[in-house]
Design a protein around this ligand. Structure first.
Ligand code: TYM
Length: 334
């Protein structure tokens, strides 16, 4: 009874290597917090992952590791569903239908498509282009009310809303029109080496990003090397002080302190005090996750059992929506 009244959350992450501090602060941390108040459905977006070429052995390993890492972060299978996208075929099925309700022009405007096709100029495949339709299918299949994401996914969410409204308008109300949940700080964690660029694991400069499995020495070293400015004042001013403001955002996410509190804490102190403090806060936040990850990553049987149990739970919800859609479009029922 209680779960029926709760609003539904849906979000996913691509299992392509370890996660960055950006993934964690922008989205994953929210995944965990939202579990008590919402009916949460989470997944590894492994269908999305092959829009960029994956080496099969690494891909399998990364998917398993990502599953373990999200459990280590606190996704609780007693409260939430957590599955692997490729194990619920309804995603690919609805994506096809939605492809036919999405315009070429709309997909052409997606900035992630433009960025990724520049980065992978030798493999601008059709999947990379239609990727937002698959993401829309992911969300709409579960009738999600809210979608926790970082700022870079906002445009995809807006497209999802447009597709849902279009379909609802053409037929009759079918899909819940979802809203994003984007954190105030942490929605766009920037590279430590170039604070005008988003922190990303595909950055060639490994000093630009922190991964959630980096050891304390590495984290400290990367923060000490972070690009700041010559002003030596800890002040929040994203326009003129992007490096320091980015570090303040990270510190705020890790400690819960406001920008004013952080400015007061470091008043009269330089970056020599500030940078190690940010590092220590991040190390403290990640330590329990890393410990839990080490405990469960070796237990393949447990992990396998978890994802195998969760796929049918997700599929029950997804199938219901897909059947509704097929009927409305005019397909003959089996
Ligand atoms: P992905 O796998 O690139 O990233 C997962 C989540 O992490 C957020 N994120 C960041 N947040 C703050 N700062 C950063 N530097 C940063 N980098 C990444 C992303 O915004 C995202 O929330 N298309 C999605 C995966 C997806 C999905 C979905 C998400 C597939 N289906 C359905 C929500 C709902 C993606 O590639 O995220």
């Amino acid at each position: 009874m209680e779960t029926q009244q709760k609003k539904r959350i849906l979000s996913m992450i691509q299992p392509t290597g370890t996660f960055t501090l950006g993934n964690y602060l922008g989205a994953l941390k929210n995944f965990v917090h939202l579990q008590d108040d919402y009916d949460c459905v989470y997944a590894l977006a492994d269908l999305h992952a092959i829009t960029v070429r994956q080496e099969p052995g690494d891909f399998r390993k990364n998917t398993m590791s990502a599953y373990a890492l999200l459990l280590a972060m606190g996704i609780d299978l007693e409260k939430s569903i957590f599955f692997i996208q490729s194990q619920v075929p309804e995603h690919a099925q609805l994506a096809w239908v939605l492809n036919c309700y999405t315009q070429f022009g709309e997909l052409s405007r997606m900035t992630q498509f433009k960025d990724k096709s520049q980065k992978h100029a030798d493999n601008i495949n059709a999947g990379l282009f239609t990727y937002p339709c698959l993401m829309a299918a992911d969300i709409l299949l579960y009738q999600a009310d809210y979608v926790p994401i970082g700022a870079d996914q906002k445009q995809h969410l807006e497209l999802t809303r447009n597709i849902a409204e279009r379909f609802n308008g053409l037929y009759s109300p079918t899909f819940t029109v979802p809203e994003p949940i984007i954190p105030k700080h942490g929605a766009r964690i920037m590279s430590l080496q170039d604070p005008t660029k988003k922190m990303s694991k595909s950055d060639e400069n490994v000093n630009g990003f922190i991964t959630v499995l980096d050891d304390p020495d590495t984290i400290l070293r990367k923060f000490k090397r972070a690009v700041t400015d010559s002003d030596a004042q800890v002040r929040f001013d994203p326009e003129n002080k992007p490096g320091v403001s980015n570090l303040m955002g990270i510190y705020s996410c890790a400690t819960g302190k406001t920008m004013e509190e952080i400015e007061a804490e470091f008043q009269g102190k330089g970056y020599g005090d500030f940078k190690p403090a940010v590092a220590e806060a991040v190390i403290a936040e990640l330590k329990p996750i890393q410990e839990r990850y080490q405990q469960i990553i070796g237990d393949k049987a447990y992990l396998e059992q978890c994802y195998k149990e969760n796929a049918p739970k997700a599929q029950r919800i997804a199938r219901k929506t897909l059947q509704k859609v097929m009927k409305k479009v005019g397909y003959l029922p089996l």
